[in-house]
Design a protein around this ligand. Structure first.
Ligand SMILES: [Zn+2]
Length: 246
């Protein structure tokens, strides 16, 4: 089965940035804009001042998505230091309220924000063992699409779950691996989503040079690869699936 990408595009790439970091504002966004690309920024809404900054980013055509309010992750991570209160101890209703609160705060400041979601720490369930429950259905009710981790594989526009999209962590890949991924997958019909955190600063850093090299490659291949925010590509896939009865 073939999927029809728009224009002459063979596949797609989305550049996503988590946690609303200063280095993204300072280093990442100017680089994207230098090459004329739009990214997706998954923020944790804290206060009005911070939301004002991201509103300006959204007004320049970037997507501002939802990354929850408390960023709940598994309390099995060492930084929880054997305490409780992470995803294992949360209910579906608790995680829903957290995401709704983040959604309301973002929407109040940024009317076209919070259309897609990024799972904190790429984790998608609450509870333990027999009581473990996926919160993907809760996210699916509220958002056009949602991004997870997925061991660094691309997404099939025909088969993927738009509410548990897979992504590749840019900080753990070499630039050769990133470009190779685009050539191997996006040139052959798939949608590669890269997840970034810090750009030349903060944590899980990717250097500015590495981002520039990727952007240069994407720029040289603008005719072949559709580089766009998650919401734009997800909406296209959804409408095309309907049209093609996929
Ligand atoms: Zn995060």
């Amino acid at each position: 089965m073939e999927f029809n990408w728009p224009q002459k595009f063979r596949g797609a790439v989305s550049l996503t940035f988590d946690d609303g970091l200063m280095s993204q504002l300072k280093n990442g966004i100017p680089l994207l804009e230098k090459f004329g690309f739009k990214g997706t920024f998954y923020i944790i809404p804290r206060d009005e001042e911070q939301l004002k900054t991201w509103k300006e980013v959204s007004e320049r055509g970037h997507e501002v998505g939802n990354h929850s309010l408390k960023h709940p992750c598994s309390s099995n991570y060492p930084w929880y230091q054997d305490s409780k209160g992470g995803l294992e101890d949360m209910t579906l209703e608790e995680i829903r309220l957290d995401i709704v609160e983040a959604h309301n705060r973002i929407r109040k400041a940024i009317p076209n924000g919070s259309k897609t979601f990024a799972y904190p720490c790429f984790q998608t369930s609450v509870g333990r063992g027999l009581g473990k429950r996926s919160y993907v259905p809760i996210v699916a009710e509220m958002f056009v699409a949602a991004r997870s981790g997925g061991a660094g594989y691309p997404n099939s526009p025909i088969a993927c779950d738009l509410h548990e999209l897979w992504s590749c962590s840019a900080d753990s890949m070499s630039i050769e691996a990133m470009i190779g991924m685009v050539v191997k997958e996006s040139f052959k019909g798939r949608w590669v989503i890269f997840t970034f955190h810090g750009i030349g600063g903060d944590y899980l850093q990717v250097s500015e040079d590495k981002l520039i090299s990727l952007l240069e490659f994407l720029d040289e291949n603008r005719e072949r690869v559709w580089v766009a925010p998650v919401v734009e590509i997800a909406e296209y896939i959804e409408s095309e699936r309907r049209r093609q009865h996929i």
